[in-house]
Design a protein. Structure first.
Lengths: 435, 308
């Protein structure tokens, strides 16, 4: 008699037919895309406005530097007193007035420059102006010292050591970045998935207790099978929801961007800048990225990603299930939540700080075997090259721990039934294991 | 008689608490077995052991000649005291699901459900959710689910709680019919009148120990106190009362009667036979009422518990 498929089917159908689940599945992408569209719209509004700045340069050193751009308009004033300039700026609703006094030497200049405005100016604009002035002053100083700025430029040599493994495989900084991005993305995805769907599993395990159907069920099914069925059923429901989200968000994004004609790049100004600066090199960079991706152990990565993702998710799911097994109602779960998330957060920290620093150091190695951290840490290490046997051992440990966790949860579950209405403590749970 | 279930010297300890101490029971095939005892005596633990929800620390359970095994769950139907159903599931789906967990095929389960739903006239609940039903209605569904897979052994823990008298009677008749069709029933309840009506055999558990076990009728014989309820019309009530009091232990009694008579419960010593007692009474006046006082299950329950 195999009950597992039956239980998985019931759990899946109950979750998927649940009204709030359906609403969230279809509403979330709309909210997500709505927020995105709003942000994009607002920042496009922002970039449409033109900053008007008047410049009163009494030193006469910087006049050539202020070139108006589509976003900023400079108006150079001549032979006006500071007081008058200020008044005019206020009346004409000018965004700001930059005042540069006339001084004897360049050192004093830095103390005299002032920016007047109605409200505090934006940080980025101020740093732009400061940089521009600084650059000009520095080059003037160099000239004073008798050095031509052209000479300095010519003397500067860029060093970028090319990297190669002993086996002759070319590696590069770009490659390392890509590897980290891959590991980070995998870790982040796992983290998200656990946080979103872990609670769902816990609630599903408590369900039998709150509806008091538990004794009927438990006299027909082994707790281990019931818990496994719940974990798998809820996971499948979670995957369904996740897929619907991805598809809906992609579709909605396309619709929104085409209807409102929002330039997606407008939402991220930094990207715009990057595009401008490397305009010619974009093609080259794309080629490099493709090359690097080809250099990665792709098949190994994909297989291990699936194994570690599934294994890691199941392990944490079984942790949530044990919490569900130990308590009678959701209000009692608080004290157990923190310890579940701790190892996950630790894994991300180890991944971000240690693996980047030294992918094959002792710390990285140890944490890539510990099942609670291995899904994140090992996935971040694999792109840097980890022997297959190490990967296999880590996967085996992970799945063995998952099975062990389910057994542990089933044990708690069985005993928990007999203790209706009592809030369990860690000490008691430990005692239950011995029953 | 053949035994369907034999529990041998079962003990179960939870931490420091001994829930069952060396309890043995034997349940005959085709009988109704009453498992009695005050709250917290250990009845539920015993039932859970039979259902393999928990394992006994020592002792063994034999079902139909075989030591209890996981596959036996399909031969047992259990209606727990803490009962409930998935609230958001529809009645029909839920019944099918629970029946399939007990090993029925979907088709089989459907046919039998149709039979039971027609029989209890609840066919139009099929698409309702449990949370839309009243407590009594949900109990009916639960009863159907318990008996659907035609178990050899039915275990009912307080089956009548939550039912109105009409439905309680309906369920009682169904249980008796199941017994007549060959099922064996273990019946745990505090309602002594249903024990009286239904049980062939009882066992009393108190403070983790079995303190009484046997056929209900044998136990009643064992607990008989030679007490008789009498009605007597005499020329002089006061004088007769006085002489009765002198000869026997007497207690006041009241029963319905259309006569103006003396009414007493009289305990007669073993040395006097009932015939002698009756001839003594007839010599005193006209005997209108003579009945042996049979101890009720409730009396036996209270007396035994108090003795221990």
């Amino acid at each position: 008699m195999n009950h597992l498929p039956l239980i998985i089917k019931r759990e899946y159908l109950t979750k998927v037919r649940n009204k709030s689940f359906i609403i969230m599945t279809f509403l979330s992408p709309f909210i997500f895309v709505g927020i995105f569209a709003l942000v994009a719209y607002l920042s496009s509004l922002n970039s449409d406005t033109v900053l008007k700045i008047t410049v009163l340069d009494n030193s006469g050193l910087f006049i050539e530097e202020f070139n108006s751009s589509p976003h900023t308009q400079y108006k150079i004033l001549n032979n006006v007193s500071l007081e008058k300039a200020k008044k005019e700026a206020e009346i004409e609703k000018i965004n700001g007035l930059l005042y540069i006094p006339k001084t004897e030497n360049l050192e004093d200049l830095s103390k005299g420059i002032t920016f007047y405005s109605e409200d505090s100016p934006s940080l980025s604009m101020m740093s732009d102006i400061n940089n521009m002035l600084e650059k000009k002053v520095n080059s003037l100083k160099l000239k004073e010292a008798g050095i031509d700025s052209e000479t300095i430029k010519n003397l500067h040599i860029d060093i970028s050591a090319s990297q190669e493994t002993f086996k002759g495989q070319e590696t590069s900084k770009l490659g390392a970045g890509l590897k980290l991005a891959f590991g980070g993305a995998a870790g982040y995805l796992l983290f998200m998935f656990i946080i979103i769907y872990g609670n769902m599993i816990m609630r599903s395990v408590i369900e039998e207790k709150t509806s008091r159907v538990i004794e009927v069920i438990i006299s027909s099914v082994k707790p281990r099978v019931l818990l496994l069925g719940k974990i798998f059923g809820t996971t499948l429901a979670g995957i369904t929801q996740f897929l619907v989200w991805v598809v809906l968000i992609l579709v909605l994004m396309t619709v929104v961007t085409s209807i409102f004609g929002i330039d997606t790049a407008a939402a991220s100004p930094s990207q715009q800048i990057m595009e401008n600066s490397v305009d010619g090199g974009t093609q080259q960079i794309l080629q490099d990225i493709m090359l690097e991706i080809n250099n990665l152990p792709l098949i190994n990565l994909i297989v291990m990603f699936i194994l570690f993702f599934v294994g890691g998710y199941l392990l944490y799911a079984s942790l949530y299930a044990s919490v569900g097994a130990a308590v009678d109602s959701e209000t009692d779960t608080q004290q157990f939540m923190m310890p579940i998330l701790m190892p996950l957060i630790l894994a991300v920290y180890v991944g971000v700080f240690t693996v980047i620093d030294n992918p094959h150091g002792t710390v990285s190695q140890v944490f890539s075997y510990i099942p609670f951290t291995s899904p994140v840490v090992m996935l971040m290490r694999i792109p840097f090259g980890v022997p297959l046997w190490q990967q296999i051992i880590s996967v085996v440990i992970l799945f063995a721990t998952f099975i062990g966790m389910v057994w542990f949860a089933a044990k708690i579950y069985r005993v928990g039934i007999l203790m209706y209405g009592k809030k369990p403590t860690y000490k008691e749970i430990f005692k239950w294991l011995k029953y | 008689m053949e035994k369907l279930l034999v529990v041998n010297n079962v003990s179960k300890v939870y931490g420091d608490y001994k829930a069952l101490n060396n309890v043995s029971i034997e349940v005959e095939k085709g009988s109704i077995f009453g498992l009695l005892g005050p709250n917290g005596a250990g009845k539920t633990t015993l039932i859970r052991i039979i259902n393999q929800i928990t394992m006994p620390d020592t002792g063994s359970v034999i079902l139909d000649g075989e030591p209890l095994q996981p596959h036996h769950i399909k031969y047992i139907g259990y209606l727990p005291e803490e009962r409930g159903l998935y609230k958001t599931m529809k009645v029909g789906e839920q019944a099918l699901y629970l029946a399939q967990l007990k090993g029925l095929s979907k088709q089989e389960a459907k046919e039998r459900l149709k039979y039971w739903f027609d029989r209890l006239q609840i066919g139009d609940w099929w698409d309702k959710k449990i949370q839309e039903l009243s407590k009594g209605m949900a109990q009916k569904i639960q009863f159907v689910v318990t008996v659907l897979h035609k178990p050899k052994l039915l275990i009912f823990d307080e089956p009548f709680s939550g039912f109105d008298p009409i439905n309680a009677n309906l369920i009682k008749d169904e249980i008796l019919k199941l017994r007549d069709d060959g099922a064996t029933v273990i019946f745990s309840t505090h309602r002594m009148e249903s024990v009286e009506e239904m049980c062939d055999h009882i066992a009393l558990i108190h403070k983790s120990n079995k303190i009484l076990d046997g056929k209900l009728i044998d136990i009643k014989r064992q607990y008989r106190s030679n007490m008789f309820e009498i009605g007597l019309i005499t020329p002089n009530h006061a004088a007769t009362s006085a002489s009765l009091k002198e000869k026997f232990e007497i207690y006041p009694a009241t029963f319905k009667s259309i006569n103006d008579e003396l009414q007493y419960k009289v305990k007669i010593p073993d040395s006097i036979s009932t015939n002698d007692f009756v001839s003594y009474l007839t010599s005193q006046g006209q005997l209108t009422h003579f009945v042996e006082v049979i101890p009720s299950a409730s009396d036996i329950f209270i007396e035994t518990i108090q003795k221990n």
